[in-house]
Design a protein around this ligand. Structure first.
Ligand SMILES: Cc1cc2nc3c(=O)[nH]c(=O)nc-3n(C[C@H](O)[C@H](O)[C@H](O)COP(=O)(O)O)c2cc1C
Length: 405
């Protein structure tokens, strides 16, 4: 087969750089019934949005840390603006907002892909307004018919789901590796993949387990994480964000059993997460990886890291591979910096890097699962757009055009 060799695609093998039961289960969203907090997935897959709204329909399905969905949109005839909602925060789990920006970058990547579904050429400008850093991107749309052909990843925007289950393990075939890594260069972003059994793969697993234990022992981090766990169906339906038992990776049977128990505390969530990481996530992965960047806290770089993850996960979905972010290591690197502690995790991460100037911006695992993961809650398009913002966008464009369209 032509193209890069397996050794070139992987690090760590010596190659080059390139994670009653019925009633309670129902309450937790584990069993049947129409769930309006999942309708956004169907809206996209059934093609319910048209024009610039279609970009927002794709954006809301992007990955975001703890499913915080830290975004709002302004939609006009000429394009779409996306804004950071800093209050949708993970607190001490993400003290510098780096992960929040990664979520916004993921949404921007989906919007760029979705522009090919509306037949209008798109220009993406990151951080277009120096006076308003919360205005993270503007996607300008050209006239009808100006765009490229629909992107082959479009159908996978609605099928990409974070998979937190036990996988099969074993190697990923070379054609699948090539498909996984097929994406355009993002400035200042590199991807490093490690075979799980390789020395660097083992090092990644050991450091991720250690970082998970450190997070679980940090009560402020666990409390901030816990705020985004939705225990009751009514809360999930109202908020349409956050994490649920249904997407925690436990089998539906076990999840239904666990649903009998009272809502979990931050501590019991921590214990479950640590065990799942050590006994299931790490040992059943085929590949581990890092998205690297020289300046992980630069706002633009953090967004590009998130765009790269969204693309990797979409590629994985198209290739029939399962994927899960494993960000405990970058999270502990930030937490140590926030507390002014010795940079223990940052130094330990050097062992995973060919060039220590390229820092870990995002960690993950890739592998082979027997069944696909379920969809996570989402706020629909109608909940994330607003008339005042729309007006601002059109006025801006009107001014830029010299006062006339
Ligand atoms: C910056 C960032 C960090 C994340 N870190 C983790 C993580 O460490 N572990 C995990 O299981 N999921 C992680 N996720 C995945 C989110 O929890 C997930 O995207 C969100 O819950 C929505 O679910 P979905 O991806 O299935 O649509 C992360 C996502 C982003 C964008």
């Amino acid at each position: 087969m032509n193209g890069p060799s397996r050794r070139q695609l992987l690090i760590g093998g010596g190659g080059l750089a390139l994670a009653g039961v019925g009633a309670r289960a129902w309450q937790q969203g584990l069993l049947g019934g129409d769930n309006p907090a999942l309708a956004a997935w169907d809206d996209w897959s059934s093609g319910r949005q048209a024009g610039p709204l279609k970009l927002v329909g794709a954006a809301v399905l992007a990955a975001s840390p703890h499913n915080t969905q830290p975004w709002a949109f302004a939609v006009g005839r000429l394009g779409v603006d996306i804004f950071e909602i800093a209050s949708r925060s993970l607190g001490t789990m993400d003290p510098f907002g780096r992960e929040r920006l990664a979520g916004l970058g993921a949404a921007i990547h989906n919007m760029a892909l979705a522009s090919t579904a509306v037949g209008r050429a798109a220009r993406v400008r990151l951080l277009p307004d120096p006076g308003n850093p919360a205005h993270v991107a503007r996607i300008l749309l050209g006239p009808d018919g100006s765009g490229p052909a629909p992107h082959p990843l479009l159908p996978f925007i609605g099928r990409r789901h974070t998979h937190r289950g036990s996988w099969r393990g074993g190697p990923v075939s070379t054609p699948k590796l090539i498909a996984l890594l097929a994406f355009p260069a993002f400035p200042d972003v590199r991807v490093a993949l490690f075979e799980a059994a390789s020395p660097r793969g083992q090092r990644f697993a050991a450091l991720t387990a250690e970082a998970t234990a450190a997070i679980v022992a940090d009560s402020a981090m666990m409390a901030d994480s816990h705020r985004w766990f939705r225990h009751e169906r009514s809360e999930a339906m109202r908020r349409m964000d956050g994490l649920t038992l249904a997407t925690s990776g436990v089998s539906p049977l076990l999840a239904a059993g666990a649903a009998l128990l009272p809502a979990q505390s931050a501590q019991s969530e921590g214990r479950f997460w640590l065990e799942a990481t050590r006994d299931s996530h790490l040992p059943t992965a085929s590949l581990f990886g890092l998205v690297l960047t020289p300046r992980p806290h630069d706002r633009r770089s953090a967004m590009l890291v998130g765009s790269a993850w969204q693309r990797l996960h979409l590629n994985a979905t198209m290739a029939g591979l399962a994927a899960q972010p494993l960000n405990q290591l970058p999270e502990m690197i930030d937490r140590e910096a926030q507390l002014g502690r010795k940079a223990g995790f940052a130094r330990a991460a050097d062992a995973l890097l060919d060039d220590p100037a390229w820092r870990p911006g995002f960690g993950f695992r890739i592998g082979i699962a027997d069944a696909p993961a379920g969809a996570a809650l989402r706020r629909p398009v109608s909940a994330v757009i607003g008339p005042p913002a729309r007006l601002a966008f059109e006025v801006d464009q009107w001014r830029a055009a010299g006062g006339a369209f």
